[in-house]
Design a protein around this ligand. Sequence first.
Ligand code: NDP
Ligand code: OXD
Length: 310
Amino acid sequence: MDILLEPDRDHERWRALLGERLARGLPGARLRRREEIEDATAVAAAVVWRPAPDFCAALPNLRCVMALGAGVEDLVSLLPAGMPLTRVVDRQLTDSMTEYVLLHVLRYHRNQPAHAADQQHRTWQPRGYPPARERTVGILGMGVLGTDAAARLVALGFRVLGWSRARKHVPGVESLCGPDGLDVLLGQSHVVVCLLPLTAETADILDARAFARMRRGAYLINAARGAHVVDEDLIAALDAGQLAGATLDVFRQEPLPPAHPFWAHPRVTMTPHVASLTDPASVADQICENLRRLHAGEPLLHQVDRALGY
Ligand code: NDP
Ligand code: OXD
């Protein structure tokens, strides 16, 4: 079986890590760059991240696409409806996202943006803060990433609300669902964290209406996808003081164009889509296990529900 390998970076590293595992577990499997494919009919699987949009058009016997990341909205819209699609679910990826969420929740909880501004002006200004239990953090999306971040925030003492389609039972987390649940979360949270997948239902979910429902002076952390946020509405909410600040890791267009107002906005903290990076060494085993399963005709791990889009 031939396997198309098209990551967006670290190609040689992926090839080495997958190659050595396949040599042991699936001898005969061959990893191929697009330009190395001699017989397109022999390609049964594609292991990809942000591939060229037409990557599967000339692969008539493709049986599965394995994404090298967690959010798969691009592939969901690109692939034929029946094509099995898997995504990454990985302890290291989850830990990295939780680090990002904790970093920025704590930064806001402990007034770090204000202290940083004070330092610029050589101003000694002690600023008080309430105990964590008096802060509410709302997590939009209680999946693999949201659940872990929520549990670690609970361990730090925060009050945590979690919003998902189905109700969840995570110790210490108040589970909310549906439009009413969303309004409760927005209305009560001091910090709202977006960890939703991007789907038709969740696109533009953080718009003027949502910001108006948030507590005055609340913060937003978006580490999911740029298209969850309506940029102009966020800027208007920040400028009006309705939101005190936003931390954004993801953007509608990446890299963010130099002229975009987020770059220079005093209440925006930006990172270049690094909240959680896939670690090839951590993820190679699950990709090889899925290739083995595909070969053996067994059910695949971490398969995306094509109808739901995540
Ligand atoms: P999961 O699929 O595990 O979880 C998604 C969660 O969102 C689920 O709880 C789901 O509810 C909920 N959800 C989906 N649609 C709705 C809806 N319409 N209303 C309410 N809740 C909804 O995803 P992950 O936790 O693994 O990842 C989340 C996202 O994080 C990814 O899709 C990706 O976009 C982003 N990401 C960003 C990274 C970065 O570096 N910035 C890195 C990795 C991921 P239910 O449980 O009921 O189905
Ligand atoms: C992902 C990402 O979804 O890197 O894995 O954004």
